[in-house]
Write a protein that binds this ligand. Structure first.
Ligand code: ADP
Ligand code: MG
Length: 408
């Protein structure tokens, strides 16, 4: 197996030699250790570290079962697509995604930057940590990756090639079902409704025809609007963070879709953190600071995105028709309505869809969890039904306050 000319799944202790064979990252003869750190069942994630220099690197390899499965082509391609997307995103948002050093089609492995010193953001938020630079970093990432892969900036032929290359039917199918259908229909009986909220969900969601119609429109917009290369699963579990810096990773759901899907998902996941803090933290200064930070970050996510949209538009847009007076704000208003709409769909699907979030499910007190869920549902519905009137951060803050008042 010495030359890596055919696939085998590496054992942790075999990964250092692999890295040495493939890459000049560590000095020759370095004393390297290999350790498995991933928790996934599809991919194996290894860390290779040099004890002397303290430097480390990550190897992510697809497991053998995905190779034996008949859908091998898709699975193997996924790693390649993930590596390519991270490279593309690093062009538009330098430093905000882990760097890819190499993708190896034979070994189905990628060698990438270790996000050392960073914590998964959802984990940090559950400990009620705050991150002062986050809204700035996130909006830099989004403004760069979204606007610059849209027809506003990218050459139309280049963009169409990328639309083809990053068509992602399997993963989009998951979103179309789990996010944009089942929370309204429960057609596959996969929803997880918290028992104390069964009647509430019945009435407020399944039984609300106006809501279901708007969700249907949002689903079709998701399927038929290749606006920009979106991350597709942008939430606090796809972010590694510390006080100074942010990494966005795990873009396996990426495809050309509506920009507002990414922005809205982030907004709602920040609100889940607020709900957790509100339910779980003791009264006092720390609680107030955490809740204020969540709220400010929600508002800043929207407002800073708008600011950066303006800047990126002025700096990069060359498309003659996009320069027509009035076009810039018309285009933005579409992004902002989508942002609210998909913030709403994310809110509902995480409350009673199949994949729930720890921010809410870890609230042990029945009354507090029931209430938190209802607040999210009311806010989410507001976002979906009135999505055209969410045009700045303050609109989100006001809607949250309305939802909280409704359930106090
Ligand atoms: P999968 O595709 O199997 O879900 P992920 O990319 O989500 O794999 O990685 C699984 C876990 O491995 C992450 O949650 C993280 O803890 C760790 N990990 C992955 N990539 C890196 C990296 N570049 N640096 C540090 N840790 C990483
Ligand atoms: Mg993952």
């Amino acid at each position: 197996m010495g030359d890596y000319s055919s696939y085998f799944l590496m054992k942790p202790e075999e990964v250092p030699d692999y890295v040495q064979a493939k890459l000049h990252f560590f000095p020759e003869g370095a004393k390297l250790s290999g350790q498995e750190i991933g928790d996934g069942n599809i991919n194996y994630v290894f860390r290779v570290a040099d004890r002397d220099s303290g430097k480390s690197i990550i190897v992510k390899q697809a497991g053998p079962t995905t190779r034996i499965e008949p859908d091998l082509g898709v699975s193997r391609d996924r790693g390649r697509i993930e590596a390519e997307i991270l490279k593309l995103q690093s062009n538009f948002a330098p430093g905000l995604v882990p760097e890819i050093y190499l993708y190896d089609e034979v070994m189905c492995a990628m060698i990438m930057e270790d996000m050392v010193g960073h914590t998964m953001m959802r984990t940090g938020l559950l400990q009620h940590e705050t991150y002062p630079e986050f809204a700035e970093d996130l909006t830099t990432f989004m403004a760069g990756c979204l606007i610059r892969t849209s027809d506003l900036v990218m050459d139309h032929k280049e963009k169409k090639e990328l639309v083809k290359a990053f068509t992602n039917p399997d993963l989009c199918g998951i979103t179309e079902d789990l996010v944009l259908m089942e929370p309204y229909t429960d057609c596959f009986h996969r929803n997880h409704v918290y028992p104390p909220n069964e009647e509430f969900i019945q009435k407020e969601v399944y039984g609300d025809q106006a809501l279901c119609l708007e969700a249907a429109k949002l689903k079709f917009n998701f399927m038929n609007n290749p606006q920009a290369l979106i991350h597709g699963d942008l939430h606090t579990g796809s972010i590694f963070i510390n006080q100074e810096h942010t990494f966005v990773f795990d873009p396996e759901f990426a495809f050309f879709g509506p920009m507002g899907y990414d922005i809205g998902n982030m907004v709602m996941n920040l609100f889940f953190a607020w709900c957790n803090g509100e339910a779980e933290m003791e009264e006092g200064r720390k609680r107030e600071d955490f809740l204020d930070w969540c709220m400010d970050t929600i508002a800043d996510t929207v407002d800073l995105f708008v600011q950066k949209y303006d800047r990126v538009f002025d700096a990069y847009v060359t498309e003659p028709m996009a320069k027509m007076p009035g076009f810039k704000s018309w285009y933005l208003s579409g992004i902002l309505a989508d942002t609210a709409g998909y913030a709403g769909t994310e809110g509902l699907r995480r409350i009673h869809g199949m994949a729930n979030v720890k921010d809410i499910t870890s609230i042990e007190d029945v009354g507090k969890r029931t209430r938190a869920e209802r607040i999210v549902v009311s806010f989410a519905k507001d976002c979906i039904l009135n999505r055209n009137s969410f045009i700045c951060g303050a609109d989100y803050v006001a809607a949250i306050e309305r939802a909280v008042r409704k359930h106090s």
